[in-house]
Design a binder for this molecule. Structure first.
Ligand code: HEC
Ligand code: HEC
Length: 349
């Protein structure tokens, strides 16, 4: 072949390659700006997303009839396993009496009751209820990176929220609690997350939550019950609390759900001071965020969290311990502002 012709063939080949490359890059760019989702390879996280809960708040406010309600406690007597169900409910309500520091079955937890955080035995709309549990477990949870059944999830709360030990999976107590929690959610179709389950989502602020402002909220709205030092008020016989502690030795540890500021703010906005509900809250959104920042700045027990979040890109935006898959600091992951973190997360998907 003539050297001249060879050159033309080579240039032609290079040009075709360049055109093909531009086409591929262009297509990817178009897909990313137009929001078309490329199929993802793994199913990944299956927790209720914030969006799902936000939608359920709106739905519940517009149409209160759509709200999930627990079965009537009086119906427990008609169940074939009523004895287990009664005992399971009793353990959720008076955990400390059976399993607290002076527990009559075992001494394995900090003196708090499940019900302190799962109000009315886990039946209150947006009171961190158990409505979705029977329908959604076992499920993959990114915190442990494993499939969790209800037993494992209960023990998560024992080891974190009750800063204690895990309960034997085959114990009478575990069986009773699982039976009760399954009963509470028995009418929810498999896979569904009913409106009003879990924790309320407080709209994000444009600023970071402020512990100094939160201290004032605490003194005015919380200290009358939870006490000036946050240690709550123990029952005279030491078997538990009249008002549970919010920080200090006897409180939840820093691996607990409430140590995440969105969880604390949402729980408090819809339930505290005692008497508040999600329909008639007492705190403003700002007060809820700020008091959450204050309480979660105080001393509390620690836990080894080195096995948590094996895939760091799955850490929720308010998980306050690095390493992170983004550029934001631990400080910002703890207090916000969260909008930039959320925006960065959704643009990197
Ligand atoms: C200090 C507060 C606190 C205490 C005490 C506590 N929990 Fe929890 N629990 C939480 C939080 C926070 C979550 C996560 C809620 C969320 O993110 O939606 C949770 C979640 C759960 C879930 C999963 C709910 C779901 O829908 O996925 C179960 C089951 C549960 N707790 C059982 C228990 C049991 C049983 C006890 C008593 C042994 C207990 N918890 C004590 C705070 C607490
Ligand atoms: C009138 C008394 C009262 C006031 C005021 C009050 N609480 Fe509570 N709080 C309680 C009681 C009682 C419980 C436990 C509920 C149960 O076991 O049924 C509780 C539970 C809690 C819990 C979950 C359990 C724990 O100890 O971690 C948090 C968090 C909490 N309150 C935060 C607050 C905050 C923040 C304020 C102020 C904005 C506040 N509370 C005001 C009485 C009160």
């Amino acid at each position: 072949m003539q050297p001249f012709l060879k050159l033309i063939v080579l240039v032609h080949a290079l040009l075709s390659l360049a055109v093909a490359l531009i086409a591929v890059v262009g297509l990817l760019f178009f897909l990313s700006v137009s929001g078309v989702q490329l199929p993802s390879l793994s199913k990944g996280e299956q927790e209720a997303t914030a969006l799902e809960v936000e939608l359920s708040v709106v739905k519940a406010l517009v149409d209160p009839a759509s709200l999930w309600h627990a079965p009537d406690f009086a119906l427990i007597d008609q169940e074939p396993n009523s004895e287990d169900l009664h005992y399971g409910k009793e353990l959720v309500v008076n955990t400390a009496e059976y399993l607290g520091p002076k527990g009559k079955v075992l001494a394995m937890s900090n003196g708090m009751n499940c019900q302190n955080c799962h109000l009315k035995a886990g039946t209150v709309p947006f009171g961190n209820n158990y409505g979705a549990v029977a329908a959604t477990y076992p499920k993959f949870r990114a915190r442990s990176g494993t499939e969790e059944d209800i037993q494992k999830r209960i023990n998560d709360c024992f080891e974190r929220s009750l800063n204690g030990k895990a309960l034997e999976r085959n114990s009478k107590e575990m069986k009773a609690m699982v039976a009760y929690i399954n009963w509470v959610g028995k009418d929810v179709p498999k896979g569904e997350i009913p409106a009003g389950s879990g924790i309320y989502e407080v709209p994000l602020l444009d600023r970071a939550a402020d512990p100094a402002k939160g201290k004032i909220v605490y003194e005015n709205q919380c200290a009358s019950c939870h006490q000036a030092g946050g240690k709550g008020m123990a029952k005279a016989d030491g078997s538990g609390y009249v008002y549970p502690p919010l920080w200090g030795e006897a409180s939840y540890n820093h691996g607990a759900g409430l140590y995440r500021i969105t969880r604390f703010a949402g729980y408090v906005k819809a339930n505290m001071p005692l008497g508040a509900t999600f329909e008639s809250p007492i705190l403003s959104d700002e007060d809820a965020w700020d008091v959450a920042a204050y309480v979660n700045s105080m001393e509390r027990p620690k836990k080894d969290l080195s096995k948590d979040w094996p895939d760091i890109s799955k850490k929720p935006m308010d998980h306050p311990f690095g390493p992170f898959s983004d550029e934001f600091t631990e400080e910002q992951h703890k207090f916000g502002p969260f909008k930039p973190i959320k925006a960065a997360k959704s643009s990197s998907k």
